[in-house]
Design a protein around this ligand. Structure first.
Ligand SMILES: Cc1cc2nc3c(=O)[nH]c(=O)nc-3n(C[C@H](O)[C@H](O)[C@H](O)COP(=O)(O)O)c2cc1C
Length: 456
């Protein structure tokens, strides 16, 4: 899909007056045609408007507008979205007139965020006349960026990367306290930054839901820059809104669009703060300083998976009897390896989200069943979370009270040795207390997220 840029944002607010003061007096935006008592339309450049903020009952995003080149590109976009099973609604003439665009479709992203894909927004070539002689860096790069809440971050990433064609530019880890609405308890949560153009990011994906007043998280309005010797931004004398903006060279990277006491917890960097490299000079001397604390460049999960998935492995089922219910409990495990001959140790990595592992850990013993090539169904059954994982899987109880899967290539009986914390996994070492080779045959392999078999 050929999306060019973030073109506009439409917001609803309960505090339109604050917005009016903030956008006009602090950020130096310009009122656009269409502004009424209840609706604030803002110009930043030669587009009819870039922001439309309407008074309403709640604070939320009404739409993020993504621009395509022309009618043909919009038709293709609609087709691709529908093919992918995304509901597409074509705008009616009144909506087109209100947005001053030639064509538009409505869609919703996997986080439920309303998007509008459009082409041909009207231009306004009259002098912009910003109050401080400032200008905004937009043009082909479009508006700055918008951050959208997406509780299912992987589904959203897939939507924006693989369907809308955005490029993933950066990912950063957020500590759990920065994502209080997360559905899963994790040591950290990923936040991703993407763009359809050269701008480093036009979109941030925040991995959670937002409290009601923060439905539209924040947006960067396109890097406001001062031009010429005009006066510095300042709150109007006697004006109730006392914000005294810092001069542009001291402003943070993203301009917070929703002024409010509970700011979105911005860029969070984990680990010890780094000492400022010498070449950055004194505070404020260097451009890096303008961007706030440096964000560690992290490897995007999709890239990590793609590259590491090229390491082929066998597959095992790690299983035992639950200490309380005596039911079989287990999971498919690829990250298994022999570790030490003397003493005989093996190791495996268990995801911290596993619900089976705490039960296996409690029992203190388990059998590692090395799967044969005809045991894909067993792997599929044990490779998902849920009840009755062993339904349809033939198994028996071994002498040591562990679960042995019938037809496995080998059984390795283990007693738990140690559990180490390792990122989003536990690294488990276990002592081998018995073992036997089962059926002669070829192993089930896993390579690039697919089952495979080899010739041996
Ligand atoms: C081929 C394959 C290999 C897997 N390897 C691992 C692994 O090495 N470690 C792990 O924690 N989970 C692994 N899983 C995922 C777990 O099997 C899965 O998350 C687990 O069954 C979740 O269920 P639970 O909540 O019952 O633990 C693998 C899944 C498949 C299909």
């Amino acid at each position: 899909m050929d999306i060019r840029a973030l073109g506009y944002l439409r917001l609803e607010t309960t505090t339109l007056d604050e917005w009016r003061r903030y956008a006009l007096d602090v950020l130096g935006m310009v009122e656009a045609t269409g502004t009424t008592e209840d609706t604030l339309c803002l110009r930043l450049d030669d587009r009819a408007h870039r922001l439309v903020i309407q008074a309403g009952e709640s604070d939320r995003l009404l739409a993020a507008g993504w621009e395509v080149a022309n009618a043909a590109a919009l038709a293709r976009a609609a087709e691709e979205l529908e093919e992918a099973g995304v509901a597409v609604k074509t705008a009616d003439p009144a909506e087109l007139a209100e947005r001053r665009v030639q064509g538009l479709i409505h869609v919703t992203d996997p986080g439920g965020n309303p998007l509008e894909i459009y082409w041909g927004q009207a231009q306004d070539h009259t002098a912009l006349g910003t109050p401080y002689g400032n200008r905004f860096v937009t043009g082909d790069l479009g508006l700055g960026h918008v951050v959208l809440p997406v509780p299912d971050i992987e589904a959203a990433l897939d939507f924006y990367e693989n369907l809308l064609g955005f490029q993933l530019r950066d990912s950063m880890k957020l500590p759990p306290q920065a994502v209080p609405t997360a559905t899963e308890q994790r040591d950290f949560h990923w936040m991703h930054f993407l763009s359809p153009n050269r701008r480093h990011h036009s979109l941030g994906l925040y991995p959670g839901a937002l409290p009601p007043r923060h439905r539209a998280l924040h947006g960067g309005a396109g890097d406001p820059r001062r031009r010429g010797p005009g006066p510095r931004p300042h709150a109007r004398r006697g004006h109730p809104h006392r914000v005294q903006p810092r001069p542009p060279h001291q402003r943070p990277h993203g301009v917070l669009l929703r002024p409010g006491p509970r700011r979105f917890p911005g860029r969070v960097r984990l680990g010890r703060p780094r000492r400022r490299p010498r070449h950055l000079g004194r505070e404020g001397d260097h451009r890096r300083q303008l961007l706030g604390p440096p964000v560690e460049r992290l490897i995007p999960p999709s890239e990590f998976r793609d590259v590491l998935g090229r390491f082929a492995s066998g597959i095992t089922v790690v299983a035992t009897l639950d200490a309380d219910s005596a039911e079989p409990v287990g999971f498919a495990c690829q990250s298994f390896a022999s570790l030490s001959l003397d003493p005989p140790l093996v190791m495996l990595a268990v995801g911290k989200n596993s619900t089976s592992w705490p039960r296996i850990e409690r029992s203190g013993r388990f059998c590692v069943n090395i799967l044969a090539e005809d045991q894909r169904a067993t792997c599929a059954a044990l490779g998902r979370s849920g009840p009755d994982k062993f339904a349809g899987v033939p198994w028996s109880v071994g002498e040591r009270g562990t679960v042995r899967v019938d037809g496995a290539l080998a059984h390795v009986e283990c007693e738990l040795d140690a559990v180490y914390e390792a990122g989003d996994h536990h690294l488990v070492t276990a002592q081998v207390v018995a073992l036997d080779a089962g059926e002669d045959g070829r192993p089930l392999l896993f390579f690039r997220s697919r089952y495979a078999v080899g010739a041996f």
